[in-house]
Design a protein around this ligand. Structure first.
Ligand SMILES: N[C@@H](CCC(=O)N[C@@H](CS)C(=O)NCC(=O)O)C(=O)O
Length: 214
């Protein structure tokens, strides 16, 4: 099994799940900025040139949500089975993680990757920060009464693996105490710690990115 990975990116979702499941794998690390994700080799595994991809069972799978579901089905663990009352919640939270992930990606591009800074759109940054706040509020409300997304830890929590490092770079943790406490619980898990040791930590140079004036 080989995970195609960029530290701090959506591949953290899969990396963390592989550790929670105790599976054997190796890592091929890529860069988001050197053009290599558009190489024929990578496009053959992930047609949109996006991280992650997982080589497994004689093929490559792309899209983090598909990989996460495939792994839970293959291993028969960390997801409510078909017919279970929490199955719909599991599917909802997996997709929700990507809804929030897309906003985080837009903010990463504006705050970190777009250069020169004059190319950034402050109105868009403000809009996306507000939209991120709506998703964080939803999680905060849900997590007031629950330690995990479902009634017990599941791969849906791993789908937030990229998000939990990113969200509080753009939003104040003090405004979302239940979500921030969840982040602390999840990042303290031994499997999350092992994933960070093997696959590098954060892509962020700063703890918090203020909105620019304008
Ligand atoms: N829906 C996809 C999104 C994948 C994605 O956009 N990954 C980012 C890294 S977090 C990427 O590869 N970006 C490179 C690019 O956009 O060129 C998934 O969940 O796997």
């Amino acid at each position: 099994m080989r995970l195609h990975h960029v530290p701090g990116s959506r591949s953290v979702r899969v990396l963390w799940l592989l550790e929670e499941l105790g599976l054997e794998y190796d890592i091929r690390e890529w860069s988001l900025t050197d053009g290599s994700l558009r190489s024929a080799d990578f496009i053959a595994m992930s047609p949109a040139g996006r991280i992650p991809a997982l080589e497994i069972d004689g093929r490559a799978i792309f899209e983090s949500a598909a990989i996460v579901q495939y792994l839970t089905e293959r291993e028969g663990r960390l997801a409510p089975p078909l017919g279970n009352g929490e199955r719909a919640d599991f599917l909802e939270w997996i997709s929700f993680a990507e809804t929030q992930g897309n906003i985080l990606q837009a903010l990463n591009i504006q705050h970190i990757f777009l250069r020169p800074e004059s190319a950034r759109s402050v109105p868009l940054m403000k809009l996306d920060t507000k939209r991120l706040g709506v998703t964080a509020r939803a999680l905060d409300r849900h997590l007031v009464s629950s330690d995990t997304l479902l009634s017990e830890f599941s791969a849906a929590d791993c789908m937030l693996g990229f998000n939990i490092d990113a969200v509080f770079r753009f939003l104040s943790a003090a405004d979302y105490p239940a979500f921030a406490a969840y982040r602390d619980r999840m990042t303290a898990r031994p499997a999350y710690q092992r994933a960070m040791e093997r696959g590098g930590a954060s892509m962020y140079a700063r703890d918090f990115y203020e909105l620019p004036d304008g």
